[in-house]
Design a protein. Sequence first.
Length: 214
Amino acid sequence: MFIGLIFIIIGALFLISILVPNFSLNFSYLFPIVLIIGALYYIIKGKRFTLANTTVLFLGIWFLLEVLNIISEPYDDAFLPILLIIIGIFIVIESIKVKKVFKRKDNNLKNYYGIFSGLEERVTDTNFKGANIYSVFGGVDLDLRNLKLQKDITINCYSIFGGTSIFVSNNYKIKFNSFALFGGNENKALNDNNKKNYTLTINCISIFGGTEVN
């Protein structure tokens, strides 16, 4: 809705400038201001800084400073280094988080591969101890809806230029850990907060790809 309102406002301003000749508006200020407002909206809505909203905020501020002639030669050459530093900082921070999440390795986990291909698997084995899922230029669909957990288990998802879909039941708790770089992870599953039920932990790393839990 927010994006739609921005388009309506921009269109209305253009229309006014056409219908009212005496109306003067410098549209060079409009684009960076829209970027700044949009970034701040998603930062406040999500209550956190992400690589996407921080990058958009930086672009908006930079373009606005250029329009105001606050940034000029030779400092305008600093645009790319600053942008790379911002991206690098987020990668380092998220890498630290991912390292903490994935620090425990379990050799008993089953491996599913969707590499340049697709894989669909339904799990009903009561001895299922968890899995590693690799979706690389392909996809893996893992159906756990008929699975009855006998203990807490973990599934690690690596989606690189690919997609992973996990279908779960509502009779266990879901713990969702996510890292995405130029991709996205989403947990749409209903979480059962019953303390007696076991926990399914899903760790996701997505780079130009995504993982979805339904």
